[in-house]
Design a protein around this ligand. Structure first.
Ligand SMILES: O=C(O)CCC(=O)C(=O)O
Length: 274
């Protein structure tokens, strides 16, 4: 089914509500490749004895945590650059961004909620005045409350400091609901958590593409987690969004160095240079 996507309306919804659910962003071959890649990663992790249980995040091992998706399969680079994801990220946090992290959480029956958190609070100290981070959540299964869909706290994008964060977070939380192939585009200040999967047989597979402004150090050091052959297969733009160029934080300063030429730097749009 062809769906018309009104990017302006979606960006306005994010600015107003902190998130938007966009159905039918992927389908057919691309959705199938992403689902298959998730299965393959789980299988490989099991074969290689890599633990899928993240004790620091989840209450039990019914959540399978898959890290560094972009290092495992090129389909995830494709998702990171998907035009809808990209347009919403850029409308929300601006054109200069890096991929901070890309993980999957496959919640099996019996999985429970992790601690409620905001992703921006994980990487930037308060005050959280503007959205400097954005999660594009890819739904590879139909997700709903009973199978543990991500839950968010309405209005929490307005909290500026830890003092404003109430104690009854889980009670205030509301589950997203979306068919497979949807994204939930959620700005970084929205407090959220995984839901509990209380179904008997349903699995819930979701992946979290986490983007931050380029002056924030990414959560993952892609140069370290990505095998050399996977890095060599990347094109220039993929290297750039994963922060794999030779240089690190030079974009803002790049503008200042041109002061000597008598030009005022435009700090907002100074190009990324190596
Ligand atoms: O799995 C979910 O629904 C939420 C995951 C999440 O927020 C995280 O991994 O930081």
């Amino acid at each position: 089914m062809e769906t018309t996507i009104d990017l302006d309306a979606l960006s306005q919804a994010i600015a107003r509500d902190g998130f938007v659910v966009v159905p039918n962003v992927i389908s057919g071959d691309l959705l199938a490749r992403a689902q298959t890649a998730i299965e393959r990663i789980i299988e490989t992790m099991r074969d290689e004895g890599i633990d899928t249980f993240s004790e620091t995040l989840d209450p039990n091992d019914a959540n399978l945590r898959l890290y560094h998706l972009a290092a495992w399969d090129p389909v995830f680079i494709e998702l990171l650059r998907h035009p809808v994801a990209r347009a919403l990220v850029e409308a929300t946090i601006g054109p200069q961004w890096l991929v901070s992290n890309f993980t999957a959480n496959v919640a099996l029956p019996g999985s429970g909620s992790m601690n409620v958190h905001s992703d921006q609070a994980l990487v930037v100290p308060p005050p959280w005045n503007e959205p400097w981070a954005m999660n594009v959540i890819w739904c590879f299964d139909d997700v709903h409350e009973a199978n543990g869909a991500t839950r968010h706290i309405p209005g929490s994008q307005h909290w500026r400091s830890f003092e404003e964060v109430p104690a009854d977070l889980l009670e205030r939380s509301v589950a997203f609901s979306a068919p497979a192939g949807s994204i939930v585009a959620m700005e970084g200040r929205v407090w959220h958590t995984s839901g509990a999967n209380v179904t008997k047989y349903e699995r819930r597979s979701m992946a979290f593409a986490y983007y931050t402004r380029d002056f924030i150090r990414p959560q993952v050091n892609w140069a370290s987690v990505m095998p050399p052959e996977a890095q060599e297969a990347l094109d220039d733009e993929a290297r750039q969004i994963l922060g794999l160029g030779k240089m690190g934080n030079i974009r803002i300063g790049g503008g200042l160095t041109r002061l000597r030429e008598g030009k005022l730097p435009d700090l907002r749009v100074a190009p990324l240079r190596e």
